[in-house]
Design a binder for this molecule. Structure first.
Ligand SMILES: Cc1cc2nc3c(=O)[nH]c(=O)nc-3n(C[C@H](O)[C@H](O)[C@H](O)COP(=O)(O)OP(=O)(O)OC[C@H]3O[C@@H](n4cnc5c(N)ncnc54)[C@H](O)[C@@H]3O)c2cc1C
Length: 455
């Protein structure tokens, strides 16, 4: 990728990305160190009058509480879709950290009261009114457990995504308010000016970030797009074409994704993430290739030209343009996981930057292959493209009944250097298997790039 292309799309060179990433991690560590130092620098009376092991237990409890509180407040920044953080870390990874961080907050929050109350001689739960900040803390703990459990076990609990999302946002906002009140009133430490000021500062910054998150969709309405095409692209899949209504457009590189929502009489206005399957070499129109897999996508064919679309993007680092131009490439796709590869191949044709590419594409049957005709054309246009179909449930024909496994992958990639970048996108189980096999075959983790269709 040339320097000019990088500047246009906001993609940072790897060296700068690493330095900025290091700075961000350092800032978070400093923030945590600051929060943890409060129970040492501003001792509450309860700590001051404790001695020995009891003092250590109580202080540890407070440190755990402060760490949980700081990490909880950081959660919003991880999911706020800050472009600058996406450029450094990639949005998908930030969402991954958001999930891990949620578990960390929950564990720390669970241990916080255990350590705080361990040195106290409590035989029954105090119900006096003066202990309301502690009671609030207990409700907060239950709420945090509920938020994390419903996040982790959403599918198991059959919690529809749209309803879960409304619950999640509401519950998290309530948790943050409860947290601020709990921290301010539960200990004398926060009666002192400096720690109190720090809590107000943290709450203020949180409110600003939240305000920005809420304002973004409103601002997006100022740059509407128009649905200009809805066309079948194969089994249960549609190509949705959108064009900017005014002069606006978005900068993206092949393989990136965006969030799209529609204002239409037939499709609800929820926002969903999809790969931009078109190529940036053809600015103006954006294409999304959407497979009907649920309530919302099941209605996508009901969009009509003229409907309004709103786009937030582009995000992600899943692109061959991030890698050395002399590289050959391996792409492994499962089903509709082909969309980022399609964008990259379309880009190779238009830009003339053809790379030696091996594309292994697993589908159930030949009928499940989307854009079948276009892929035949791409094979002709890209002489260095080798497309290998794997059809797991096809009963007849040369590719029938084959399943991707360790031996098959080893054979297919026997002539490739183990340093070749491998792009994998498909159903989660397939991606896990493929990653494990690639590592067993000898590919280093650092050359395996995964795009999960889940945030
Ligand atoms: C980075 C990325 C790129 C994607 N690219 C494509 C693509 O090119 N083509 C394609 O067909 N699919 C793509 N998907 C998947 C697509 O977003 C989901 O299939 C779609 O959102 C499902 O919505 P539903 O309501 O129809 O299905 P449901 O059955 O309600 O949801 C299925 C799953 O999709 C996820 N999901 C649902 N709604 C949302 C939402 N509003 N925001 C975020 N996640 C949600 C949840 O994990 C949910 O469990 C992509 C997903 C991601 C994360």
């Amino acid at each position: 990728m040339t320097g000019g292309e990088r500047t246009q799309t906001g993609i940072l060179p790897p060296g700068i990305r690493h330095v900025l990433g290091f700075v961000c991690v350092l800032l978070v560590l400093l923030l945590l160190a600051g929060a943890i130092s409060i129970p040492f620098l501003f001792e509450s009376q309860s700590i001051r009058y404790k001695t020995g092991f009891d003092k250590t237990l109580l202080r540890t409890g407070k440190v755990l509480g402060m760490t949980a509180a700081t990490l909880l407040l950081l959660q919003l920044s991880l999911s706020a879709r800050f472009k600058v953080l996406d450029r450094i870390f990639a949005l998908n990874r930030l969402y991954g950290v958001h999930r891990v961080n949620a578990v960390a907050v929950t564990v720390l929050a669970l241990f916080h009261p255990l350590f705080v109350f361990a040195p106290e001689d409590i035989t029954s739960i105090p119900l006096e009114l003066e202990y309301w900040p502690e009671a609030l803390g207990a409700f907060l703990l239950v709420l945090i457990l509920l938020i994390t459990a419903t996040g982790i076990w959403r599918l198991f609990l059959s919690f529809p995504f749209d309803r879960w999302w409304v619950f999640h946002r509401g519950a998290v906002s309530l948790a943050v308010v409860m947290l601020i009140v709990h921290v301010l009133f539960v200990s004398e430490t926060f009666e002192e000016a400096e720690p109190r000021l720090l809590v107000f500062l943290a709450a203020g910054i949180y409110a600003i970030v939240l305000g920005w998150v809420k304002t973004k969709p409103v601002l997006r309405k100022k740059t509407p797009w128009t649905v200009t095409g809805v066309a079948p692209a194969g089994k249960d899949t549609y190509t949705i074409q959108v064009s900017p209504r005014d002069s606006g457009t978005i900068q993206y590189i092949p393989g990136q994704f965006a969030f799209i929502s529609f204002q239409s009489g037939n499709v609800s206005s929820e926002e969903h993430p999809f790969t931009i399957s078109s190529t940036p070499t053809r600015p103006g129109n954006l294409l999304f290739s959407i497979r009907c897999s649920g309530d919302w996508t099941g209605r996508i064919s009901r969009l009509t030209p003229g409907d309004t679309a709103y786009i937030d993007g582009a995000y992600g680092h899943f692109s061959y343009l991030f890698h050395n131009p002399s590289d050959e490439l391996i792409m492994i796709a499962g089903g509709i996981g082909i969309t980022p590869m399609l964008s990259m191949l379309r880009h190779m044709v238009d830009s003339g930057k053809r790379r030696k590419t091996t594309l292994i594409w697993s589908n159930r049957t030949r009928d499940d292959i989307v854009y079948a005709d276009e892929f035949k054309e791409l094979e002709q246009q890209l002489s260095k493209l080798k497309l290998i179909h794997v059809l797991t449930r096809q009963e007849k024909g040369p590719d029938s009944g084959s399943r991707l496994n360790l031996d098959k992958l080893k054979k297919l990639l026997s002539e490739h250097s183990r340093k070749t970048p491998v792009f994998v996108c498909g159903p989660p189980i397939m991606m896990q298997d493929v990653k494990r096999w690639l590592i067993e075959i000898g590919f280093r983790r650092s050359v395996i790039f995964l795009e999960e269709f889940r945030l």
